[in-house]
Design a protein around this ligand. Structure first.
Ligand code: HEM
Ligand code: HEM
Length: 211
């Protein structure tokens, strides 16, 4: 067995920051006094997602979509124990799960820009689009959250099941390391400074255009 680095620092910070951020979004969504912060942290999550998409093309090997989005059939074969391809990062089934999670999150954060509470607070673009469209997008912000909770529930359950079966995926998401006897070439890790630069630009532009 040898220890290899599978998750870079930016991906790990992204993950655990996302968890804290979503917990705050849930807590703040029901509190009128926290709605101002709901909209600020919501924008931040949106910027994090845009950054993560860019990192999915230029980041470390295991963070790249090309590494974890394979054919849907290999995902299904993996679930039945028939796909034995290398799995340093997300496995073929998990990769699709992560993509779904990111898309539903992106939908939630984007539609928030058009949300409205019918009383006082509205997202920055609620009045910028046609009323029917704004209404639909607002409805999506309220409905899509249920799909998000379902996906997050499955995601956490799957992580715990793997943990019970002896695969320390949660530990790897914390330390970045994985014990393996299979891999021959360790994944290439890109500098966290490149990630920080991309995230800073994404955030600056994101807040500038949505304020
Ligand atoms: C709001 C809650 C959560 C969200 C939105 C979320 C989202 C995500 C996302 C987007 C990734 C992919 C990371 C990347 O490639 O950048 C991921 C990976 C992962 N998450 Fe979560 N997560 C949440 C909570 C949790 C919790 C509570 C746990 C632990 C019990 C967990 C365990 C993991 C693990 C182990 C991976 C890596 C999976 C693998 O090895 O393929 N997540 N999560
Ligand atoms: C991933 C990010 C986000 C999550 C998880 C989230 C979650 C929620 C939830 C659960 C609700 C309450 C829905 C309901 O009562 O049925 C809500 C409402 C709302 N959100 Fe978000 N949101 C996010 C992003 C945003 C963003 C980026 C904005 C605007 C900049 C925003 C603005 C609003 C507004 C104005 C409401 C209406 C409040 C109400 O109906 O009482 N949200 N959000």
């Amino acid at each position: 067995m040898k220890k290899i680095k599978v998750w870079d620092i930016p991906t790990r910070i992204f993950h655990w920051a996302l968890l804290i951020g979503i917990a705050f979004m849930w807590y703040s969504s029901g509190d009128f006094d926290l709605m101002e912060y709901h909209m600020i942290v919501g924008r931040l999550i949106l910027c994090m997602l845009v950054y993560r998409i860019i990192w999915g093309f230029v980041g470390s090997t295991t963070a790249r979509f090309s590494n974890f989005i394979r054919s849907p059939f290999s995902g299904i074969r993996y679930l039945f124990g028939k796909d034995t391809s290398r799995t340093e990062g997300h496995n073929p089934a998990g990769g699709w799960m992560i993509l779904a999670l990111m898309l539903v999150l992106l939908m939630q954060a984007t539609t928030g820009l058009f949300a409205d509470d019918n009383i006082y607070y509205s997202g920055p673009f609620f009045f910028s689009v046609d009323a029917d469209l704004a209404d639909w997008l607002n409805g999506m912000h309220h409905r899509n959250i249920d799909y998000l909770w379902i996906l997050i529930g499955i995601h956490i359950l799957a992580s715990i099941v793997y943990q019970i079966k002896g695969k320390n995926l949660i530990g790897s998401m914390i330390t970045g390391n994985k014990q393996t006897d299979k891999v021959t070439v360790a994944p290439e890790m890109r500098s966290p400074w490149v990630a920080l630069a991309i995230f800073s630009v994404t955030c600056a532009l994101g807040f500038y255009f949505t304020w």
